[in-house]
Design a binder for this molecule. Sequence first.
Ligand code: F6R
Length: 614
Amino acid sequence: MCGIVGFTGQKPCVDILIESLKRLEYRGYDSAGIAVFENGSIRTAKAKGKINEGLVPLINRGADNLYSTDFSHQTCGIGHTRWATHGEPSDVNSHPIGNGRVTIVHNGIIENYREIKEFLIGAGYSFESETDTETVVKLLDYYYDGDPVEAIIKVCAEIKGAYALGILFRGFPDTIYAVKKESPLIVGDGKTGNFIASDVAAIMEYTKDYYLLEAGEIAVIRPDSINFLDIHRRHVEKKLKTVDWDISAAKKGGYEHFMLKEIHEQPSVLASSMAVRIKGGLPDFSDCGLSPEKINSYNKFFIVGCGSAMHAGIVGKSLLEGLGRVPVTVDIASEWRYSDPLIDENDLCIVISQSGETADTLAALKLAKERGADTLAVVNVVGSTIARAADMVIYMSAGPEISVCSTKAYAVQVEMMYLIAFAVTFAKGKITEEKCREYTAELQKLPELVSKLLEDKADYQYAASHIMSAESLLYIGRGLDYALSMEGSLKLKEISYIHSESYAAGELKHGTISLITEDTPVIAVATQTALLDKTISNIKEVKARGAKVVLVTRAAQTIDEKAYDIRVNLPEALDIFMPIITCVPLQLIAYYTAVLRGTDVDMPRNLAKSVTVE
Ligand code: F6R
């Protein structure tokens, strides 16, 4: 978690740092700070809270003399936006952290910080913050005798864990040093200066050209040069990359929130993402190595991810088992990695991750590899850690997802599950080529249907107005509808802060139904034809106990009006394709509920987009 940036160049750096940090706020917003060189000294301004609430007012007030002298000459600095791990969100635990000689920003976790801290206390150092990061500052200081690279090499040999560091050393006022292990870091190559950042979106306003820093590489960044060294101080030649999407993709584009914009992008990203994966009317993953021969060699399939990504995996399991008749285990990465899973060299482990940085998902992938299984990553962020660690990668091509709450990425993850399921089912000889084409063609109709759902949002707003005052509510469904209930419930609680649970509709009467009162609304998802009557019976059970029911179902379905209070209608598609359609109203009900409750939709409390801690 956390986002880091840095700029050194021919222009004032503070505005650049602040603007770049704002694009990284999705990575955490417990506090923010910057440190810049001013007349050879390192000046720091940092504050608890979001950038606009803490840091910006602080800078405007002239914090720490930041604007006290001729500010236009401050052209080198680093910045940080924090998701707290070690030490509560507070001014003192905010980054940058420094001691006058060395100042750093850090994304990651130093696992052996206690040991290092003890050693440094013995060496006469004292500590102000509760962070693991401060030990890195003091250890750098301990080894720093005028040669920054030497100090970095010595520190990297001692610290364990994940890190991306941006470092300023007094005595080198135009230079940013950077080093990384596991946490992501890119180095931007600009016309009027050079950058570091946790991702390219942060600096795209200024440059589209960047280098991907690899573990153990040190970058020495000056206004007109970038040098890469390995831990033996040998020069490393790196390939310059260019971002292939436009800055507008990382801006709100007239929408009130990124979440709403990203929901609206779904028809186009669903269409463009599948276009890359369909050739001659059939799913095609040959470019990532998932050939029919390979598919045929697998005995079992495992799908692992966290949160919404795992929910997409549940849909995947249902499709792979239902159509392909192959055994599939789906699990939460943080559980699976410690469960001693029954995976071996004859199996395929599919990991799903929008960010490609989620620590537990990465650990699950590594475990699968250790056990000899093939690994396939379904990832959105190109060049991310998970993408690079997997044997095969399917890039989702969903474009940047900025809102912390996943919407378009979830939809595309589900879409990829369909394509993988069709490819597996066909390769295993469970459907004919003609049937596979038919399924693929049906999938291609979905963007249009999703688009229709976005034309009129009155029903979602109406449903939101009915649940906005609830303290707690339930989402229920059966089969694929249960999988969608889980996702709908997660969206709602994540951004509206209303407690909600998803429940298998048939399981309610085994305990949970006692929670139902007239103050506990129920959102019932009922799209699966074969299960409809059963689900409707369960809905009537909660209705009879006073619950207000919002029913999400197909427009064409005839359902007793007494069974629900509000009905949200969906267009027609084959049962198996209903998840991609259903997710849209569920996202929008959550969205409008959050808006009505006045929460921070794009940056809900306590969360971060990229979860690089376990
Ligand atoms: C929910 C949400 C999270 C993520 C989860 C995994 O709206 O966004 O549940 O799905 O943290 O993140 P990735 O896909 O980046 O591994």
